[in-house]
Design a protein around this ligand. Structure first.
Ligand code: PEP
Length: 255
């Protein structure tokens, strides 16, 4: 089963709408209508609309960094799926380790968001991954299993092709430390087996599992060559046009 590589840029709390539009222009110009690899940019909420206009007519897709799992109402500071759909977002990052750490998001809450995003026709990018402490205690696979199955509780098999999993070892995010391709592949393979146990091999083979954690042009080719690594969720290296475009090029030529 061949899965299309996906390169997603998580801009986090960076870039004003004007700076985001400039970066999006560079990416849109590079990608054009080429769909060899799927490309998603995830700006801050205030830059979504502007970036949406910049990428219109190109193959670049829009993603959000979060949503609140209610249709509308008194949820000060939050953003709804309908609002994201209105600016033509297709993807939404959910359960990022920064949200788990700084905003106390639990697997149950992340699961609510995953199910809600699917109900609202947004494709969730469900982030999971262990801390350094957990890795050193030999708990990596257990942690990943709990977060994966917790995040996917109640998600039906028919929806799984819309779900993207991002394995992001917390110790590798923004630190410059990357999991070796072998370390990452071991966890990606374990994630795919868990998906196969829950949904069957055919469905598991269709789900894309991204690697995230200090991925950059210098290490992307080796990571993307791993059997179960289907792309990257990129933080730091997505903030600069050249490095993000080099990552897209790496995904286009990976097999
Ligand atoms: C991320 O936060 O999703 C991420 C992978 O960040 P970085 O690439 O900077 O490690």
């Amino acid at each position: 089963m061949s899965r299309k590589y996906l390169i997603a840029g998580n801009w986090k709390m960076n870039k004003t709408p004007a700076d985001g539009a400039d970066l999006a222009k560079e990416i849109a110009h590079f990608v054009g209508k080429d769909e060899a690899a799927e490309v998603v940019v995830c700006p801050t909420a205030v830059a979504l609309d502007r970036v949406a206009h910049v990428i219109e007519g190109t193959a670049v897709k829009l993603g959000a960094q979060n949503l609140y799992p209610k249709a509308s109402g008194a949820y000060t500071g939050e953003i709804s799926a309908e609002m994201l759909r209105a600016v033509f977002a297709k993807y939404v990052i959910l359960g990022h380790s920064e949200r788990r750490e700084y905003f106390g998001e639990t697997d149950a809450f992340v699961n609510e968001k995953v199910r809600f995003s699917l109900e609202c026709s947004l494709n969730p990018i469900l982030c999971i991954g262990e801390t350094l402490e957990q890795r050193e205690a030999g708990e990596t696979l257990e942690v990943v299993k709990t977060q994966l199955l917790g995040g996917l509780e109640g998600v039906e098999e028919a929806n799984m092709p819309k779900v993207v999993i991002a394995y992001e070892p917390v110790w590798a995010i923004g630190t410059g430390k990357t999991a070796t391709p072998e370390m990452a592949q071991e966890v990606h393979a374990a994630i795919r087996s868990l998906l196969a146990e829950k949904y069957g091999v055919g469905t598991a083979e269709r789900v894309r599992i991204l690697y995230g954690g200090s991925m950059k042009p210098a290490n992307a080719t080796e990571l993307l060559a791993q059997k179960d690594i289907d792309g990257g969720l990129i933080g730091g290296a997505s903030l600069e046009g050249k490095s993000f475009c080099d990552l897209i090029a790496a995904a286009r030529s990976a097999d």
